[in-house]
Design a protein. Structure first.
Length: 656
């Protein structure tokens, strides 16, 4: 399963805002020393007096930049002094640097502190992304010392004025807006950036990298990538500019004036938000996915970085609000209904994630603390924090309708600017907007056993003149009630629908038909994530979840049944072909996809299947046919973001 939105978690933020009357301010003069693979820096920190302890001391986080494999702090402090260059006494213990302050400094509302330090350049980031990256997202990823207040409180926002001396051939982008560039000798520049009220300050530095700017309705979108990837990242920047315009029109504003799109990992898929920047990985680059992932990452600027999470940097509630918005954006761009968009594959796949967590029997509580979630042994962040959280909010928002829920979001953005949004406040507001029972729903949805599931059966049938009256029993098998539609079809093809309200162990429903009952369908429109859903798209989501969780006997049984009923479904066929390929059943693949259909592929699923067919044919000594398929689909594969998969198949066939 690919990583769609790889997000770091951090410490509790609820206390951050309470202790910060003013932002922590940094004025940093730094030098990039490539020979020594480090940054030498001189930081003047202006610290609000709220961070003094009862003894009038300041505590700095010795592990602001993280620790090495041996547990040693990466950020090395050389000296700490006053702005008058008076050396101060400090001690380091248990990951904390404690600074003794002169008596006169303790009476000030702001304490200036000068720290001389070095921090190493991350060689792993260089290998992963092709450039040096200092993320500045949260404690452990900073490249400057952070402050720890009484009780472990930290600043939520910071101001930066950063000047970095670096080689002329090194392209540098940051969380700040550029202010000036000075020439320093023949081969070096001193570049200055300023950023106010940001979580942290990111630095990305790549030799020979390209930096370009795209205008986006008052917000500058900057791309940062290697020269050979400019075409790809220009497209991504274009999608970002388009999404910025939509967000601004939808919400009335955009929270930041500039954002930088960073080149991501070549194999991963998805994105990652940084202060005034976000990364887009290269493992999945088809146009629809790229349009969605940029909208998703930009949504964090509203939900999580503007309206704050109350328990984490990006808690499940803020993620869910952002996902609802990016799904609305994609629905409008693709011409789908909102419900069709949520069932569509490739733009988040939230139902798939929800089903994966359930079918994999993973811990599913939405209240698992970050430090525990990181040790669960599965992708809790994607399946639960993103997937389950988003599905729950979608179901409640659907009860209100698009316009009412947008009005609710707009009011929250107005009232919670740079403030945490507790779940209780959100529930109170959504209930006042018309979502009856939201309190009971979310109380149950947050639990680890949350599940919406129904089954339908016939209790009895009675004849009344020309009418056949069927008494149906709608049984709630899950733990969370939600309205569900039941469709009855008679032998003449006439369909009648009745609505189940949910909330009862067994609900009695009645349908009148003119001919004998032929079929009962549960949730035919694919609204409710029930394991017994009759909607083909919802069933496909369940099939995908079985594949993701490697539940192969159940997957193969359901896949065979699904393809019998929906033989033309390319997504299901791709999964079956992938299963056959990984099981070395190469000849089976030739019965699932013809050479002619493979050569004529035009969509993502069929072209991926065509590549697997070509690889399978090479394994059964049909290399000419395999090469012919790859030659035919190459232009389409490139357009759909399958260039890497195509090249790997081409190289593999050449070895056979």
């Amino acid at each position: 399963m690919f990583f769609r939105a790889i997000l770091l978690t951090c410490i509790n933020l609820a206390a951050f805002v309470a202790v910060c009357g003013a932002d922590l301010r940094y004025e940093i003069s730094a030098q990039l020393v490539l020979d020594e693979k480090l940054i030498r820096a001189h930081a003047t920190m202006t610290i609000p007096s709220d961070f003094l302890d009862v003894q009038g001391r300041i505590s700095l986080d010795a592990e602001s930049a993280g620790v090495d494999a041996g547990g040693k702090a990466l950020l090395h402090v050389n000296s700490i002094s006053t702005i008058a260059n008076e050396r101060l006494r400090w001690t380091s213990s248990g990951g904390t640097i404690t600074v003794e302050l002169p008596r006169e400094a303790r009476a000030s509302t702001e304490i200036p502190l000068v720290v001389d330090y070095t921090v190493p350049l991350d060689q792993e980031a260089l290998k992963a992304y092709g450039y040096y990256l200092l993320m500045g997202v949260d404690p452990g990823s900073f490249w400057y010392p952070d402050v720890i207040g009484p009780g472990g409180d930290r600043p939520r926002f910071r101001d930066f004025d950063v000047t970095l001396k670096h080689p002329r051939n090194m392209t540098v982008v940051t969380s700040g807006a550029p202010h000036e560039v000075q020439t320093v000798g023949a081969d070096s520049l001193a570049s200055r950036w300023v950023a106010t009220h940001v979580e942290g300050f990111a630095l990305a530095m790549g030799e020979g990298f390209v930096q370009e700017q795209v205008a986006a309705d008052g917000t500058a979108v900057i791309l940062f990538c290697e020269p050979q990837l400019v075409e790809t990242y220009r497209k991504i920047a274009g999608y970002a500019a388009e999404a910025v315009g939509w967000y601004k029109q939808t919400y009335g504003f955009f929270p930041v004036k500039r954002t930088t799109i960073l080149q991501g990992h070549s194999l991963w898929a998805g994105g990652y938000p940084l202060p005034n920047a976000f990364m887009v990985h290269r493992g999945k680059t088809d146009p629809e996915f790229m349009r969605w992932i940029t909208a998703h990452e930009l949504g964090h600027y509203y939900w999580g970085l503007y309206v704050l999470g109350s328990t984490e940097r990006l808690d499940w509630l803020q993620l869910a609000n952002g996902i609802w918005a990016d799904q609305l954006y994609m629905a409008e761009k693709t011409g789908r209904t909102i419900e069709e968009q949520w069932r569509a594959m490739g733009n988040g796949d939230w139902f798939v994630d929800y089903f994966s967590a359930m079918l994999g029997n993973h811990p599913q509580s939405l209240d698992i603390p970050p430090e525990e979630a990181d040790n669960l042994g599965f992708d809790y962040n994607s399946l639960v924090r993103h997937g389950k959280g988003a599905v729950g909010l979608y179901l409640q928002a659907r009860g209100l309708g698009k316009e009412k829920f947008l009005d609710l979001q707009r009011s929250i953005l107005k009232d919670y600017k740079y403030r945490p949004l507790p779940l209780s406040d959100f529930i109170e507001r959504i209930e006042k907007s018309g979502a009856e029972g939201a309190t009971g729903f979310f109380n149950k949805w947050r639990r680890g056993d949350a599940c919406i599931n129904y089954s339908i059966s016939v209790d009895k049938m009675e004849r009344h003149a020309d009418i056949m009256r069927y008494a149906l029993a709608l049984t709630q098998d899950g733990t969370v009630p939600y309205p569900v539609t039941v469709e009855a079809e008679d032998e003449r093809g006439r369909k009648v629908r009745v609505e189940g309200h949910g909330g009862e162990d067994v609900e009695a429903l009645t349908v009148d038909l003119n001919a004998p009952l032929s079929r009962l369908r549960l949730d035919p429109d694919g609204i409710v994530p029930s394991l017994n859903a009759s909607n083909p798209a919802m069933q496909l989501a369940i099939l995908r979840a079985l594949w993701n969780e490697n539940l192969m006997p159940m997957f193969r049984m359901m896949a065979a049944s699904y393809l019998r009923e929906h033989p033309g479904n390319a997504e299901a066929r791709l999964l079956v072909i992938a299963d056959a390929f990984t099981s070395a059943r190469y000849r089976d693949i030739t019965s699932l996809l013809t050479t002619e259909d493979a050569r004529a592929c035009s969509d993502l699923a069929t072209c991926r299947a065509a590549i697997l067919l070509a690889r399978a044919m090479a394994r059964i000594e049909k290399e000419p046919d395999a090469s012919g398929i790859l030659d035919a689909i190459r232009p389409v594969a490139d357009r759909l973001g399958l260039k890497r998969r195509w090249q790997e198949a081409f190289d593999e066939i050449g070895r056979h």
